[in-house]
Ligand binder design. Structure first.
Ligand code: ZN
Ligand code: ZN
Length: 271
């Protein structure tokens, strides 16, 4: 088993699609030998009202504070948020981020450049062109990176999870290499991290998001900061396949990964 297991992408039942309470997640994390987690409940600006995100995030912050008291030194609990398309709602994002002493902000894109949520697109429809959705998605990622008010870019290439995972339409990231490298260069320029998300291994894609080729490009461009996230929406998925993820990074020559404390990276050895 690996040491230094730190899962920087965990949803509690304060996310509209999360299942387990923070107490149960923490119990299971300790039992599984996980040293720390970042609680990153959703705050998607575009649907904040529909899902009562303000109330949910406040509860998430409150729960993290309480869990810290309960679990003490047995588990490091970072206060985080998964902030969706924050650059499109800069005022709202500023308010959200100023509203609590966050350790970690995951920047995330769940839509293409027309504002359509990827999971609501019917990829079987002849009107939908996969490459256009992918390019639109990467364009939004680049805009968000230029805005830069986050610490790590979550699941870069996420539409793959839907397009292959659900529709069995293959997507080759190499076809978007130029756009992806532009995103990676912006991350590096701004000192932001790239997330290795193991949710793809669990949710029908059969590979991490993004896959190894992107971490190779990132490294070749000089990228070093990587966070590991399971995107767990239930306790069984905590630190899911982190062995695989850590071996993947080691094989590419990475020696460290990061978690965040008070919005600053703390490096951990890949062992
Ligand atoms: Zn997400
Ligand atoms: Zn998530």
């Amino acid at each position: 088993m690996k040491l230094n297991l730190f899962d920087s992408h965990v949803h509690t039942d304060n996310s509209y699609d999360g299942v387990h309470s923070i107490a149960y997640l923490c119990e299971r994390a300790v039992a599984a030998g996980v040293m720390g987690i970042a609680v990153t409940d959703h705050y998607n600006c575009d649907v904040a009202d529909r899902y009562h995100m303000d109330v949910r995030l406040r509860q998430s912050v409150f729960d993290v504070e309480r869990a810290r008291l309960a679990f003490g030194d047995s588990l490091y609990i970072a206060m985080g948020v998964e902030l969706g398309q924050g650059h499109l709602y800069p005022g709202q994002s500023r308010e959200v981020l100023a509203g609590a002493p966050f350790d970690f902000v995951l920047g995330t894109v769940h839509c293409d450049d027309s504002g359509r949520r990827i999971e609501e697109i019917d990829f079987d429809s002849p009107q939908v062109v996969v490459s256009r959705v992918m390019e639109g998605y990467f364009r939004v990622c680049l805009e968000m990176c230029r805005w830069g008010q986050f610490d790590s870019l979550a699941h870069l290439g996420y539409p793959q999870r839907i397009i292959w995972g659900r529709y069995r339409i293959p997507v080759d990231l190499a076809a978007y290499r130029e756009m992806i490298e532009e995103v990676l260069r912006e991350l590096i320029r701004q000192g932001k991290a790239l997330e290795l998300n193991t949710g793809g291994l669990r949710m029908g894609l059969g590979r991490t998001i993004p896959g190894p080729e992107v971490f190779r490009w990132y490294k070749d461009l000089g990228g070093e900061l990587v966070t590991l996230g399971s995107d767990a929406h239930r306790a069984e998925s905590l630190a899911y396949e982190f062995d695989t993820a850590m071996d993947l990074l080691t094989a590419l020559g990475y020696e460290y990964f990061a978690f965040f404390k008070e919005r600053r990276p703390v490096m951990l050895r890949l062992i």
